[in-house]
Design a protein around this ligand. Structure first.
Ligand code: HEM
Length: 212
């Protein structure tokens, strides 16, 4: 094959890749977010998840939800820094996966820790501050997930951005929830707190404007 034909083929491949990069990224996000969940529940149901599978499942879904939320907050600064504006189109999907993990985290708690006893669950919310804070964060994530639907976003106009700024409060509440939930080793929650604060510091001007 001649050199020019080769170049044409490469250019074509590159342009196809570039044209579909958002779609490819979204496929990668679906796989990277969904497969670990599938693996987790497979191991849990086949009793291969160690001595305390309940703790393992609650830990995995909690950390997964927080990781995905922080990742969604990293997208805008990264897109700006590296001038890759298309990355912003993946933010909603990552945020929705964070919410999905958080729902599973709560569902596991309801199923295994309080056996769907709602009275006991509400008592837990009132009696244990870390659960109160987790619940508050989940309510914020729920309202953000519902209003992420494009038609609602259009209808809400400027109010949409104001509501979605609450993601910063959710990130701080989850960092606090994590911090309060551990009994002794606070290194990991401290690292997460620092990352959350750093991501909020990058938006200090926007946050100041929001509070004015
Ligand atoms: C009503 C809502 C929630 C309940 C009942 C709840 C419950 C729990 C429980 C029981 C633990 C384990 C504590 C322990 O090890 O003793 C935990 C840890 C954790 N939760 Fe939640 N949670 C809630 C909301 C959330 C949300 C919305 C997120 C994140 C989006 C989250 C993220 C985490 C993280 C990161 C941990 C620490 C993981 C670990 O080291 O075990 N939680 N939560």
């Amino acid at each position: 094959m001649s050199a020019s034909a080769n170049t044409t083929k490469q250019v074509t491949f590159k342009s196809v890749f570039l044209r579909n990069r958002v779609l490819l990224l979204k496929i990668a996000i679906h796989l990277l977010a969904f497969l670990p969940l599938f693996g987790l529940y497979f191991l849990a149901f086949t009793e291969q998840l160690g001595a305390d599978p309940v703790e393992e499942v609650i830990h995995f879904t909690g950390i997964g939800a927080f990781n995905l939320l922080l990742l969604s907050l990293m997208i805008s600064p990264m897109a700006k820094k590296f001038r890759q504006g298309y990355l912003v189109q993946t933010r909603r999907l990552i945020g929705l996966y964070s919410f999905t993990y958080a729902c599973l985290h709560l569902l596991n708690f309801l199923a295994f820790e309080v056996q769907f006893d709602l009275k006991l669950f509400f008592n837990e919310i009132l009696d244990r501050p870390y659960i109160t804070v987790g619940m508050a964060a989940l309510i914020i994530l729920l309202s953000l997930a519902i209003t992420s639907i494009t038609a609602l976003r259009r209808r809400m106009g400027q109010k949409w951005q104001k509501l979605h700024n609450w993601v910063y409060i959710a990130a701080l509440l989850i960092a606090l929830h994590f911090f309060w939930s551990v009994k002794s080793d606070i290194v990991e929650p401290m690292i997460y707190f620092t990352i959350a604060l750093f991501l909020l510091a990058l938006r200090k001007d926007k946050i100041k404007r929001w509070f004015k």
